[in-house]
Design a protein around this ligand. Sequence first.
Ligand code: UDP
Ligand code: MG
Length: 320
Amino acid sequence: MHRPALSVVIPCYNEEATLPLLHARVSAAAFAAVGADHEIVLVNDGSRDDSWAVMQALATADCHVVAINLSRNHGHQLALTAGLDLCSGQQILIIDADLQDPPELLTEMRAVMARDGADVVYAVRRQRAGETWFKKATAAAFYRVLDRVTDTPIPLDTGDFRLMTRRALDALLALPEQARFIRGMVAWVGFRQVPFPYDRAERHAGETHYPLAKMIRLALDAVTGFSTAPLRWASHLSVILAGCSLLLLFYIGFGYFSGGRVQGWTSTMLVVVVLSAIQMFVLGMIGEYLGRLYIEAKRRPLYLVADIAGVAHGRATLGF
Ligand code: UDP
Ligand code: MG
C-alpha cells in the first residue's frame, strides 16, 4: 500500500459555501509542503446542504481528494475519527472546514515538527477573531477547569488543528471509546508534542455548529473521559457535611440543655433544601458516568460510511 507523505483530514457539516475555497487553499498548501504526494480527506458529516455534491465534484476533478459520506450526522469528533481511520498519510494534518485555521501554516508546522523531532505539533490559539465574548469566555473557562480536574495535562486553548505523525495517529486510533474528545486523547497518547501559537481567523461562511448545548456536551465528554475526580468529590463532600452536622449537633444540644426553645422551621428547611440539592448534583454526576459506561458497553461502531468518492486506503467502517 502506498502511503502518501501527507493526509489532510477535514470534517465538514453544512460547508458547501466554503468547500471550493477550502479545497483551493488546502491543495495549494499541500503542494507547497510536499508536492503531489498528498491526499485530502473530506468527511461529509450528514450535511443538510449540498456539501456532498460539491465534495463528489471535487473528488472527480482532483485525484488527491477522497470524500467520505457518513450515513448521518455523527458529530464533529466522530466525523474526524472517520477521516482519520480512512487516511493513509505518513503525516496527518487535522483542520476545520471553515478556514478558521489557516492551511498555509502547514509548511511552518512541518518545519517545527522536523526541528523538534515532534510527533504532534498542536496549534494554540493566540487570538480568536470574530467570535463572541461569550464563546471566548466559556472556552477559556472550560479549558482552565478541565486542566484542574483531569489527570492528563491537556493543553489550554487548543482545538483539533494539529499535525501528527503516523505513529501518533495509530496510537490515537487504538483508543476505542465512543465519547471522543480528540484533543485530550492525543494529549494522553504522549510522545513528543510541541505547541504552535497562531491567530484564529473568522469563519469563512455560515454559523458555528457548536451552540451552547453541544459545547456543554463536549465539556462533559472531556471531563468524564479524562477524570474520575467528580466521583471522588462526593466523598470529600460527605466529610465536610459530617463536620457541619457535628457542629449543628453541638448547637442543638447546647440549646436543649440551656432550656432555650429551638425555633426550627427556617433552619430545617434550609438544611433539607441544601442537602437535597447536593444529593441530586452528586446523583447526576454518577449518572453521567453510568450513562457513558452503558453507551461504551454496547460497543456500537463509532460511525457508518454510506459512500466514498475517490481512492481511499484506510480502514473506515462501511455501512450496510
Ligand atoms: N462539524 C462537523 N459535524 C458537526 C459539527 C461541526 O463535522 O456536527 C465540523 C464543521 O464543519 C467544522 C468543524 O467541525 O469543520 C468545527 O465546527 P465549527 O466551525 O462549527 O466549530 P467552532 O469553530 O465554532 O468551534
Ligand atoms: Mg469553526
